[in-house]
Design a protein around this ligand. Structure first.
Ligand code: PNS
Length: 171
C-alpha cells in the first residue's frame, strides 16, 4: 500500500511479450512518478504466448534493482485494481494516431468508472513508435529478427518457445 503523498502510477497491459517500447515508457514514467506498477492483465479469454507467471518473471528480471518499478498481475477492472493500489494515475503509451481511438475509449470509460483516476499518455522514443507485442510475435514466428525491439531475455524466451514448438515457428 502507498500513502497519499507518494505519486504512484499503474502501467497496465498484456505485455505478451514485454518490448523495448514498454521499457521506454516505464523509464520515462519513473521520472514523473515516485513508483510505477507494471500491471499485467491475466485475461482468461485470450490465449497468450507467455503465461502470466512467465511475463511477471521476465519483467521482474528486466527491472531487477530498480526499486521504483513493481510488477504485478491483475484481473477484472483496471480501475478496481488502481483503487486497490491507491493509485490515481494510469499510464498508457501512445505510439501513432492509430492507437488514439482505442486509448481514448479506454481512458474515458475508466474516467466514467472512476473519476478520481486520471490517464496519462506518454510517447515512446521514435524507434519504438511502430513496435508492438503482436508484430514482435509475428515477425519472430516467421523467422525475422527482433533484435533491438525486445530485451535480450525476451528474445531468448521467444527462441525457447520456438524450440518447444509453442511459437508458431516456420518449418
Ligand atoms: O496491452 P493492452 O492489451 O493494450 O492492454 C489493455 C488493458 C490491459 C489496459 C485493458 O484491456 C484493460 O484495462 N483491461 C482490464 C479490464 C478493464 O478494466 N476493462 C475496461 C477498460 S475500458
Amino acid at each position: 500500500m502507498t500513502d497519499r503523498t507518494t505519486r504512484l502510477a499503474v502501467y497496465p497491459g498484456s505485455f505478451d511479450p514485454l518490448t523495448n517500447g514498454h521499457i521506454d515508457i516505464i523509464e520515462r514514467g519513473v521520472k514523473l512518478f515516485d513508483r510505477i506498477v507494471m500491471a499485467i492483465l491475466v485475461n482468461v479469454e485470450k490465449a497468450p504466448l507467455f503465461t502470466a507467471e512467465e511475463r511477471v518473471a521476465t519483467a521482474r528480471e528486466v527491472f531487477r534493482g530498480q526499486h521504483n518499478v513493481e510488477v504485478e498481475t491483475f484481473q477484472g477492472l483496471l480501475v478496481d485494481y488502481a483503487r486497490h493500489r491507491r493509485a490515481h494515475v494510469i499510464v498508457r503509451g501512445l505510439r501513432a494516431v492509430s492507437d488514439f481511438e482505442y486509448e481514448l475509449q479506454m481512458a474515458l470509460m475508466n474516467r466514467r468508472l472512476s473519476s478520481e483516476i486520471e490517464t496519462v499518455f506518454m510517447m515512446p522514443a521514435e524507434p519504438f513508435t511502430y513496435v508492438s507485442s503482436r508484430l514482435v510475435k509475428e515477425v519472430f514466428s516467421l523467422g525475422g529478427s527482433v533484435d533491438g525491439l525486445v530485451p535480450a531475455v525476451v528474445e531468448a524466451q521467444l527462441r525457447a518457445k520456438r524450440l518447444s514448438g509453442a511459437g508458431d515457428a516456420p518449418p
